[in-house]
Design a protein around this ligand. Sequence first.
Ligand code: PLP
Length: 408
Amino acid sequence: MKILSPPPRLLMGPGPINCYPRVLTAMSTQLVGQYDPVMTGYMNEVMDLYRKVFNTTNKQTLLIDGTSRAGIEAVLVSCIEPGDKVLVPIFGRFGHLLAEIAERADADVHTIEVPWGEVFEPEQIEQAIKQVKPKVLAVVQGDTSTTMLQPLEALGEICQKHDVIFYSDATASIGGNPFETDAWGLDAVSVGLQKCLGGPSGSAPITLSDRYVDMVRKRHHVEAGIRDAHHTDAKGSRIRSNYFDLPMIMDYWGEERLNHHTEAASMLFCARECAINLLDEGQDAVIKRHQLAGDAMLAGVKALNLKPFGDLSHKMTNVVGVYIPDNVDGEAIRSEMLLTFNIEIGTSFGPLKGKIWRIGTMGYNARIDAVLNTLQSLESVLRRAGHKMPLGEAVDAALAVYAGTAHA
Ligand SMILES: Cc1ncc(COP(=O)(O)O)c(C=O)c1O
C-alpha cells in the first residue's frame, strides 16, 4: 500500500471544501479518555462556543456524532411521534430529505413546493400552517442543490402564533450567511462542518430551545444497562432511535455524564476549532468575506458568458449555480477542471442534473486567490472546448468586485 497522498485539489464545489489548516491540526490531536475532566471540559467549551456560533443562549447546544443528516435525524426523530403533523416547505433536494426523514419517523408529512431556484414568501408558509396545523415546521435555510437561501426572519413569530415547533437545517449556510437562533425564534437548528465552517463532515452541531427540550424530555427513557435506582421513565412514548435519542444524549452532555455513545473526540476537536476559527475572525467579517467571494465569483462567471441560475436576490453567499452552455459537455469540462487543473466544481441533482454546475466559495476557500484561479482555469477549459467569451474579463470582473469598483 502506498502512503495516503491525495492530489492537492482545490474544492470549489457546493461542499465539502478544503479545511482550514488549524482544523486539520486539531483533528490529529492525541486523545484523552471519555470522562477525563480535560475531555468533559472540552465538551463544555464546545457547548459554549456553538451557543455563540448559533447566536443563542440555549443550554442544550451540543454535537451529534455523524454527518449533517445525523443532526436532522436526531432533531426530528426525538420530537415526532407517529401521526404527528410535520410541514416541510420544499425548494430543493434537502427539503425532500427533511420530508423523508420525518416520514420514516411515521409523521404525517405535508409539503408545499416552489420551483427549484425560488424561495417561499412567509405568507405562503403561514397559509399552509393554518391549513395543516402541524406540530413541527421543518425548513432548510440554504439549499445547496439550488443555491437559494430561504429567509427565516419572519417565520418564528408565525410559528409562535400558531404554536408550532420551528426547526431549520442550516448546514450549508451557517457561518457564511446571517443566522440568529434566538432573534428569529427557532426551537431547533442542526448544521454540519463541511461548508462555511471549514471543517470535514462528520459532526453535526445542534441547538435546542427550552420549549423543544421540555417536549422531548417527556419521552425520556434511560437505557437498561446504565440505569440507576433514581432513574424513572417519563410517560411519553420511547424515542425509536437509540443513537439519536436526544434526552439520552443530553444526559451524556449534562451534569450527570450518563454514558451514551463514545464521543467522537477527534471530530469534537475539529468542531471546536471550526467555531474558534469563526469567532476569532468574527462572524460579521466571515460573512462579509463569503459575500465578497460569492459576488466576485458571480461577476466572473457572467464575464465568462455563463448564465447564473435562480433568483439571485435570494442566492446564498457561498455558492452559485451556472447553466452549462449548450455547446459544451458539462461532465467533460468538470473532468478537465479536476484532472488537469486540480479544481473541483460541482454537478447537480434532480431537475437540475446535467443543466447547471455549482461553484462554491466557502470556508477556507472564500479567498481571492481561490476565486481567481477557478475563473482563470474555467476560462481556459471553456475556451479549449469552443465556448466563446471575451478573454481575461472574468478575472478582471472578480478583481473589480474585490477592489470595490465593480458596476452594480
Ligand atoms: C442543507 C443541507 N442539509 C443536509 C445536508 C446533508 O449533509 P451530510 O451529507 O453531511 O449528511 C447537506 C449536504 O450538502 C446540505 O447542504
